[in-house]
Design a protein around this ligand. Structure first.
Ligand SMILES: CC(C)(COP(=O)(O)OP(=O)(O)OC[C@H]1O[C@@H](n2cnc3c(N)ncnc32)[C@H](O)[C@@H]1OP(=O)(O)O)[C@@H](O)C(=O)NCCC(=O)NCCS
Length: 309
């Protein structure tokens, strides 16, 4: 186990210097063997996104998070780990729970490790989104927003406009990922935006001649022991852009760019910035690289039925 984790850390460091050290799992649920007898492992964690959590807006209710530990065995090791995972689900998880429509299996893997992609595809996984990073100054100096557009920090008086813009972004993103709008979406967005404006104070609003046309919900996150990004990003304080939304009628006129430039100004004191975008989104996949972001981790997702096929 020790040597597997070390070999994986070495391999990842060679692949991409921005990757953090892989998670050290005390007792991963799955052990599988390659044809030559070498062992690989895989951790499994059952995450539940209850109806009152904002994450439930874009996440399935139950997500089985897999953490393969395959050292430097590449695609063969990944295939063996996923075969082992398949057997584990077969034995440990009741078919009716695993087969529920609002369930998925997910795993994050370094985006640059394309060598394992064939094994993931063969086991029913598809690349869904990326965690992308940007270092200070990258992608700056873009053209200014169109005339009459001003960006400022939002206040609680802007809540209705912020909720409408967030709702628009969610509607678009759910189409992209094939998700369903939850009945309580407006309520969850309202609570989340109110909290962001009040506690983080890093919500930006773009107005064109006094009318709200875009919003960015930003914040800071610490990559340290015990935090959710501990194994995703090198240690330190990071800035992030949670959601970015521009009204459909003014997209492509510089509003999103102006919001992101303003966000970087208030986040650039941090170690770097990160965000998530969906690989099937035809707007954000073009937009974010122009603003200096590049994929670090790819989230691969599989419907249980596809894994067990
Ligand atoms: C993604 C989004 C926020 C971009 O905002 P925008 O106001 O349309 O983008 P801008 O007009 O400021 O464009 C900024 C840069 O991206 C480029 N760009 C934006 N959309 C583009 C597209 N569809 N094709 C090619 N280039 C594009 C612009 O040319 C510009 O590049 P430049 O600064 O080098 O000239 C907006 O399209 C949107 O709200 N999309 C729906 C919701 C969404 O996808 N949100 C992001 C979720 S991660």
């Amino acid at each position: 186990m020790e040597h597997l984790a070390d070999a994986q850390a070495r391999r990842w460091a060679e692949l991409d210097p921005a990757l953090s050290v892989p998670a050290a799992l005390a007792d991963p649920a799955v052990t599988a063997r390659l044809p030559d007898g070498d062992a690989v492992r895989c951790g499994v964690y059952r995450a539940v996104y209850d109806a009152d959590t904002v994450q439930s807006l874009w996440m399935p209710r139950v997500v089985w998070e897999a953490t393969p530990i395959v050292g430097d065995t590449g695609a063969a090791g990944m295939a063996a780990a996923l075969d082992g995972l398949r057997r584990w689900f077969d034995i440990e998880v009741a078919a009716e729970e695993f087969g529920h429509a609002d369930t998925a299996v997910e795993l994050y893997w370094p985006s640059r490790d394309v060598g394992v992609a064939p094994a993931l595809f063969r086991h029913g996984f598809v690349p869904m989104s990326v965690l992308a990073v940007r270092s200070h100054g990258a992608g700056s100096g873009a053209q200014p927003a169109s005339d009459g557009v001003a960006v400022r920090r939002a206040t609680l008086s802007d809540l209705d406009e912020l909720v409408a813009l967030q709702h628009e972004e969610l509607r678009y993103s759910l189409r992209v990922i094939g998700g369903t709008m939850r009945d309580n979406a407006t309520e969850l967005i309202t609570t989340s935006m109110r909290r962001s404006v009040y506690f983080s104070g890093r919500v930006l609003l773009a107005e064109s001649n006094g009318v709200a046309v875009g919003a960015a919900d930003c914040g800071v996150a610490l990559a340290a022991d015990g935090t959710w990004i501990q194994h995703r990003l090198p240690a330190g304080q990071w800035g992030y852009i949670g959601t970015l939304s521009v009204s459909p009628d003014v997209r492509g006129t510089g509003v999103g760019g102006a919001l992101v430039d303003a966000a970087h100004q208030i986040l650039d004191a941090e170690r770097g910035t990160f965000l998530f975008y969906d690989l099937a989104n035809p707007l954000s996949t073009v937009f974010w690289p122009r603003k200096g972001y590049r994929p670090l981790w790819t989230k691969w997702v599989c419907k249980p039925a596809a894994l067990l096929r």
